[in-house]
Write a protein of this length. Structure first.
Length: 253
């Protein structure tokens, strides 16, 4: 039987429906981890207010980002660096927790073993550092591709799409996983690219809704909205992972 997108979507929806409780717990855990790291390590509200005031003053002078940063004090530049590093680290860690957890769930189910949330988390903890490095490398390559031009970013995203699955399921090295992923993904690009574009579109829609609503919220509602946004974002990623894992298993059968 040939592999079709409709079959993969149907199988993915069925898997999410059957394991909805565990997947929701996992997405909330990853989202909460992201929000907590940002809350603990981001600059204080006073520092953020100073940065916002400086930005507004410089915006009035119509200068570029480089000039804006050059006019900031060393403390303000350090605060900018801290915000960027913290946001990047928390985002990567959230993605790693979700990817590792989802793949552990799917591997357990494919081996006909019962799924338990805490056991799922403990299963991938030994490979967490290497998985983090793999996700960091893949994310960096994709961002460089998107910065250069959109098409290279899509091609790189396609080439590394199976790499976390291969890394965890086949227990190979990071670069071996990326290499094997490229060969498999390009052969079946017609099944992967539409799903990835749909995932990106849904993420952009979520981000747009967040930006439209965030200015009308108080601080507590703002934090809750960020948590909900991250949870929904991770849920979308969970669906994509189920889709890719199902395709991977059918290709290996």
């Amino acid at each position: 039987m040939s592999i079709t997108a409709n079959r993969l979507y149907r199988d993915s929806f069925n898997f999410l429906r059957n394991e909805l409780f565990t997947i929701v717990l996992l997405t909330l855990f990853a989202a909460l981890t992201t929000v907590m790291i940002n809350h603990l390590f981001l600059p204080t509200q006073e520092q953020l207010n100073i940065l916002e005031t400086t930005k507004n003053q410089i915006d009035a002078q119509n200068i570029g980002i480089k000039q804006m940063i050059s006019q900031m004090s060393p403390e303000q530049q350090m605060a900018i660096l801290k915000i960027s590093a913290c946001a990047t680290f928390s985002m990567l860690l959230g993605h790693v927790l979700l990817i590792g957890g989802m793949l552990s769930i799917m591997i357990e189910i494919s081996n006909n073993r019962p799924v338990r949330f805490l056991k799922t988390l403990s299963t991938f903890l030994p490979v967490l550092p290497k998985l983090f490095l793999l996700v960091f490398i893949c994310t960096l390559l994709i961002q460089l591709g998107l910065t250069a031009f959109i098409i290279p970013g899509i091609i790189i995203a396609l080439s590394v799409s199976f790499s976390p699955i291969i890394f965890i399921n086949e227990k190979v090295g990071i670069f071996s996983a990326i290499s094997r992923s490229s060969k498999m993904a390009f052969t079946h690009a017609r099944l992967i690219i539409p799903a990835m574009l749909l995932w990106w579109s849904a993420k952009l829609l979520l981000l747009l809704l967040l930006l439209l609503s965030i200015n009308h919220l108080n601080i507590s509602s703002h934090n809750m909205m960020i948590l909900i946004f991250n949870a929904l974002n991770y849920f979308l990623l969970a669906f994509l992972l189920v889709y890719l894992f199902r395709l991977y298993m059918l290709l290996r059968a």
